[in-house]
Design a protein around this ligand. Sequence first.
Ligand SMILES: Cc1cc2nc3c(=O)[nH]c(=O)nc-3n(C[C@H](O)[C@H](O)[C@H](O)COP(=O)(O)O)c2cc1C
Length: 211
Amino acid sequence: MVNDTCAAATEPARLPTIGVIVGSTRPNRFAGIAADWIAEHLRARDDVLVRVLDLRDFPMPFFEETYSPAAPGREPFQNEHVARWRGEIGAADGFVIVTPEYNRSYPAVLKNALDYVYVEWNRKPVGFVGYSATGGVRPVEHLRLAAVELQMAPIRQAVHLPRAVIAAFRSGAGVEDELRQHDASATAMIDELLWWTRVLRAGRNELPVAR
Ligand SMILES: Cc1cc2nc3c(=O)[nH]c(=O)nc-3n(C[C@H](O)[C@H](O)[C@H](O)COP(=O)(O)O)c2cc1C
């Protein structure tokens, strides 16, 4: 019989994985640009693996299950896109959520994706890239509240991209220059996120998660 302790001791250390969640699915979205930019910042590090989780690739129905994913002892949801989404969330050690502002909050498609999963979010850190006329402050604040209920650790440092960045994208010129002005804030957010990722990964299973 394999001794778990010995097996763990001899396993090569796996780098932590950060999932970058693309929070808009519109055909002409800015979200993809912001997600690629922050993913490149992460890929420049040698201490992390990156998975871009584009909600376009997970066309989940609006939540319509008979129980919450937080309900203990229930079957996982059967919808194939939900099952794949849950698998991706479970495989990641931390997240960056890239979110626009829709009517002072974050998009419904993103809320739906959060609601479908529970255990796999628990005790994982999440950082944010928000954008809007006011830098996406409000959707990020709303996401922090949801993250607490999901028993995640929302981190303070965030990237807030203002109107000028979106305008440069829409005009077709200069978005890289605009984004470059936010490189330092991306680095600060990622530094903090990766610290939380390492620490929570090491301690995640020390104590059962309270329900
Ligand atoms: C439904 C909707 C609601 C919006 N509400 C706001 C808002 O409350 N405040 C704001 O500054 N911008 C608002 N915007 C502008 C978006 O932040 C901007 O269009 C952004 O590019 C949308 O992100 P996306 O292109 O990645 O979908 C809204 C856009 C949409 C489509």
